[in-house]
Design a binder for this molecule. Structure first.
Ligand code: PLP
Length: 344
């Protein structure tokens, strides 16, 4: 079966990796600073703080915000990754779960508002599937906002790149994300003191004092591959958008496409989802349910709908044109009238 996701790594990435392996500068080296400089300048900020993965970026981001032990952090009750909840626990906080929007799988500001209290230390908002969260409303609460851009690098909100609007932006360079550094992540911020705190907490090496620190640094090998992938980011994003366009055209529906495309999403009619998923898997199209609950599922009506009646279709640059056409054709022949819920 065609894989659900796969990175697009070519000769340039291979050469970069080989060069670092031959140099012997595997852990620390100039590529890390270069990547931090380039990511910071792309975001219009000071050099960002690279990390070992998206989880460590979220964790470091929360620590850099100065989250107090036991402080509450509002997170969505569904996600495709439990790092959204677990990074809060790692940072000594208490995750508190909000429902998502009717029209997007992101935090619903009305639900968030009901959870705010004197213990609230931060709001952690993923931009799921490249769909940008309701930033204006979330920022208006005046609580430190951590944007989780793991699924949305390059997405924009009113012309500004996501990751630059909240107090902290966190990104992931996991192999199946939009750009792969084999593995990795980054913490970005407009606030110099937040960046300094993230940089300080990231690694204990070379410092001898009584402070608690982590080992969340990105290796030079990862950074070298990340630099090549970052240079290709526009091409990688364009290819995702064009594959989603091909699926849309074959199905005659828009599907859920965010400000950038991460996966191509289909909202399905209640009662039709499992049968459709079974038919697609039978046809060897590796679709899947995207969301799972990060907490007990009761009391979240919108999340329930996204959880139960939503499928994603593989949509990544390593797919060949023939594979994209093949998937598009099988989608079109497997989806029956009334299976989909459009408009989203
Ligand atoms: C929304 C979201 N946040 C955070 C992460 C964590 O990133 P990583 O896998 O690099 O730790 C992921 C990865 O799946 C994700 O999808």
């Amino acid at each position: 079966m065609i894989p659900q996701a796969k990175p697009l790594l070519g000769p340039a990435e291979e050469q970069a990796a080989l060069r670092i392996m031959q140099s012997g500068m595997l852990a620390v080296g100039p590529e890390i600073a270069q990547l931090e400089e380039q990511l910071g300048s792309w975001l219009g900020q000071a050099p960002a703080v690279t990390t070992s993965n998206g989880f460590s970026s979220l964790h470091l981001g929360l620590l850099a915000l100065g989250l107090k032990p036991g402080a509450e952090v509002i997170v969505p009750c569904i996600s495709s990754c439990s790092a959204v909840r677990d990074a809060v626990v790692a940072a000594g906080g208490v995750p508190v779960f909000a429902d998502v929007c009717e029209h997007s799988p992101n935090l619903d500001p009305t639900s968030v508002k009901q959870l705010l209290n004197s213990r609230t230390g931060a709001i952690l908002c993923p931009h799921h599937l490249g769909c940008v969260a309701e930033l204006e409303e979330l920022l208006a609460f005046g609580i430190p906002l951590l944007e989780d851009c793991a699924q949305a690098p390059g997405a924009t909100y009113r012309g500004a790149l996501v990751g630059t609007l909240g107090t902290v932006g966190s990104f992931s360079f996991y192999p199946t994300k939009v750009m792969a550094a084999i593995d990795g992540g980054v913490v970005a911020s407009n606030d110099a003191s937040v960046l300094a705190a993230a940089r300080d907490k990231r690694y204990y090496g070379g410092i001898q004092d009584d402070q608690y620190r982590l080992n969340y640094k990105m290796s030079n090998l990862n950074a070298a591959v990340g630099l090549v992938q970052f240079a290709r980011l526009p091409e990688l994003l364009e290819r995702r958008r064009s594959i989603a366009g091909r699926y849309s055209q074959a199905l005659g529906v828009q599907g859920l496409q965010g400000s950038i495309v991460f996966r191509f999403g289909l909202r399905t009619q209640p009662g039709r989802t499992q049968a459709l998923l079974d038919r697609l898997l039978e046809a060897q199209v590796p679709c899947r349910r995207e969301w799972y609950f990060l907490c007990a599922p009761d009391g979240f009506p919108q999340a329930r709908r996204w959880h139960d009646d939503f499928l994603t279709v593989p949509c990544y640059p390593a797919l060949q044109d023939e594979q994209v056409d093949w998937i598009a054709e099988r989608l079109a022949s497997s989806i029956r009238p009334g299976d989909l819920r459009e408009p989203i």
